[in-house]
Design a protein around this ligand. Structure first.
Ligand SMILES: Nc1ncnc2c1ncn2[C@@H]1O[C@H](COP(=O)(O)OP(=O)(O)OP(=O)(O)O)[C@@H](O)[C@H]1O
Length: 411
């Protein structure tokens, strides 16, 4: 919980900001609800008497009941009991109006259970208090930012093995990847970079990468070698009669591998040539295989893309089904938001599309359970990440089969 010592902004919020805002929420609720069509008339203005339709004066609409606003570390939350027949949609539409009425930084809408809507207001920009978020250190777990309720935003690959990260240019995608690399570079983890834009993004972390590919031909070789590695690991698990590498004795357990893919489209888009088509198909097959089997065998995918739509082919939709962690930054096309969040939570798509160009590093983060949250990455400059990667270059595990496959293509 929050401690007052050393956390001055939180204390200020609890003691002054919160009571004032809570009263404002309660006082303005009826009017705000009425103005935003959240209130519903108790009876329709027309009725039937015998065979006669009678019209009357509309009754005063009744605002839905709300709970007393509860404080959180970054704002407050209010639970609304929906009128029968109401859906959360009008609340999504009213979020901005409520933000102004309550004089808060933002109001986010979610529906924790049927018939209830939760309105979460943040008083200030949580990014301004990044020290608030802390998380225990754990293998394959990366503290990448802050969630809007003030808790830590953690990508934990042991809990959610594979991730899809989407975002338009300048949305904060590289910053998130940089932060992830900074966090994983310190751990006993092998990192592999698949960057088919000539390695301009992931090449910066080269010192800490066990392999880096800069074109699709290399990507096919490395992904193929990784699938070979999967089968080796399966063999080891069979020998020891265990179901996952995590159950193996410490001295035989292979090092976990995190495969970072920047710009998925580069792997899937066919350039029209036959060789190109074959490469794209190979990438698709290998990635799907790694995603299907990797979690138990210590192989993890973090796949990033600017435009990840179904137009990239059926392989993408199949892959997405395996990437259970999703991060959607600002995107330019609805198709990408749909691809990132559509199968988990329809509301989240609308919300993700409301991210503005000013909100850099802001994303909607969703998990397999359909729950989603607003999140913001810690601002990590690419140079900072490069420095951390270099400083931990000595931790880079040697993955011989992968190196060999890569060398064969290069020569
Ligand atoms: N969490 C954040 N907080 C504040 N600023 C951020 C955050 N994330 C990114 N930015 C800023 O937003 C800008 C764009 O970020 P970034 O380079 O990560 O975007 P991108 O989506 O990878 O774009 P591109 O595809 O063009 O590389 C940068 O100037 C960066 O400083």
């Amino acid at each position: 919980g929050p401690s007052l010592a050393g956390r001055f902004p939180v204390a200020v919020w609890y003691l002054t900001g919160y009571p004032v805002t809570a009263l404002r929420v309660v006082w303005t609720w009826r009017k705000a609800a009425t103005l935003n069509d959240l209130a519903v008339a108790p009876r329709p203005a027309r009725g039937l008497i015998g065979e006669l339709i009678v019209k009357g004066e509309a009754l005063r609409p009744v605002a839905p009941r709300i709970s007393w606003p509860r404080p959180t570390r970054t704002g407050l939350t209010v639970t609304v009991r929906l009128h029968p027949g109401q859906t959360p949609e009008p609340y999504l539409a009213a979020a901005e109006a409520l933000m102004h009425a309550w004089r808060v930084h933002a109001v986010r809408v979610s529906s924790p259970e049927r018939g209830l809507v939760r309105l979460a207001a943040t008083a200030g920009d949580p990014l301004k208090q990044p020290h608030l978020a802390t998380a225990p250190k754990a293998l394959l777990s990366a503290l990448v930012g802050i969630l809007e309720d003030g808790s830590a935003w953690v990508l934990n690959l042991r809990q959610v093995p594979h991730w899809l990260i989407v975002g338009a240019t300048q949305s904060g995608k590289s910053t998130l990847l940089a932060r992830l690399v900074t966090q994983l570079a310190r751990q006993k983890v092998a990192l592999i970079g698949i960057d088919c834009k000539g390695g301009i993004e992931l090449g910066l972390f080269d010192g800490r990468l066990s392999a880096l590919t800069t074109c699709r031909k290399e990507a096919v070789a490395v992904l193929g070698a990784l699938v070979g590695e999967l089968h080796d690991r399966m063999e080891t698990c069979r020998t020891y009669a265990v179901r996952s590498v995590w159950d193996l004795p410490d001295d035989v357990r292979p090092v976990p591998i995190v495969v970072l893919v920047d710009e998925l489209a580069e792997l899937y888009l066919s350039d029209g040539t036959r060789a190109g088509k074959a490469e794209a198909e190979a990438c698709s097959t290998y990635l799907l295989r790694i995603a299907q089997l990797g979690a138990a065998l210590g192989l993890h995918l973090v796949v990033a893309g600017q435009r990840v739509g179904s137009d990239l082919g059926p392989g993408v939709t199949a892959l997405r089904a395996q990437l259970s962690g999703r991060v959607c930054h600002r995107v330019n096309d609805g198709g990408t938001a749909e691809m990132a969040l559509g199968d988990l939570n329809k509301d989240a798509i609308t919300v993700a599309q409301a991210i503005t160009t000013d909100e850099k590093g802001v994303a909607v983060c969703a998990g397999a359970d359909g729950a989603w949250a607003w999140a913001r990455s810690h601002h990590t400059s690419v140079l900072e990440a490069r420095k951390t990667a270099m400083a931990h270059a000595h931790l880079t595990p040697e993955l011989r089969p992968v190196r060999k496959a890569l060398a064969e293509v290069e020569s």
